[in-house]
Design a protein around this ligand. Structure first.
Ligand code: DX5
Ligand code: ZN
Length: 225
């Protein structure tokens, strides 16, 4: 399956980084029932970003339940040498890999390696990178991810300059390429982000930071309307 088949015009993607890992499967199940279909899975290596987060050994336990519901696992690789992880991610059941512009010299050839593994592919860029620079090498990618925080941790404050950056990105990349935003997304900014051109909205704390997950997920979906 391809991104085009997963995305229903716009998706709120729960970011599992913010989940309660003692109840990970249960929380995913609840969100699948609430209508979530694309889950965001953050891999941090302790080099490209300070923390070590999670990787294929976690992924392999949750991928089957998400795929059973025709869902997808969007893996955000906050790592150096992203290509080293593609095979393990594919084997563990990941659907796509999004790696960073800042982490590789030739994003096009790294994307080709992901495609060889049968993975969909995204290009992420940090707040210090200009949308022009990212868009300039994004040809053939399925999605481009505009970070609205410095990558590394869940629960950071949204950087409002992401809004004009997304608008600019939307102008620069072909309409068929999805635009994703990650970091500090919540009910107060989700609609504006969508209107600015983002159609994949990653949400960690604004979903998992509350007791009632289906309710916080639905609140974001409703805020889009
Ligand atoms: C952090 C990750 C994000 C993170 C977002 O760098 O890339 O996906 O989980 O969390 P919130 O939505 O809490 O900012
Ligand atoms: Zn992320």
């Amino acid at each position: 399956m391809a991104w085009r088949d997963w995305v229903r015009t716009v998706e709120i993607e729960p970011s599992l980084y913010a989940a309660d890992f003692s109840r990970l499967g249960e929380q995913i199940e609840v969100l699948l029932r609430a209508g979530a279909r694309v889950f965001h899975f953050d891999v941090g290596d302790g080099h490209f970003v300070p923390p070590v987060t999670m990787g294929p050994i976690v992924l392999k336990w949750i991928a089957p339940m998400i795929r059973e519901h025709d869902g997808a696992i969007d893996c955000h690789l906050m790592v150096e040498n992203p290509e080293r992880h593609f095979e393990a991610i594919r084997e563990a059941g990941g659907s796509s890999v999004t790696f960073h512009y800042e982490a590789c010299e030739d994003p096009q050839s790294v994307a080709a390696l992901a495609r060889e593994q049968g993975l969909q592919v995204g290009l992420a860029f940090n707040p210090e990178t200009s949308p022009e620079d990212a868009a300039g090498v994004a040809d053939g990618f399925d999605l481009v991810l505009c970070m609205s925080i410095h990558p590394g941790y869940s629960g950071q404050k949204f950087m409002p300059e992401a809004i004009p950056r997304i608008r600019e990105l939307r102008r620069l990349v072909p309409a068929g390429v999805f635009i994703q935003v990650d970091g500090g997304v919540g009910p107060e900014n989700v609609r504006e982000l969508y209107k600015s051109g983002a159609n994949l909205l990653v949400a960690g704390t604004s979903i998992f930071g509350r007791e009632d997950l289906p309710r916080s997920f639905r609140r974001l979906v409703q805020a889009l309307a």
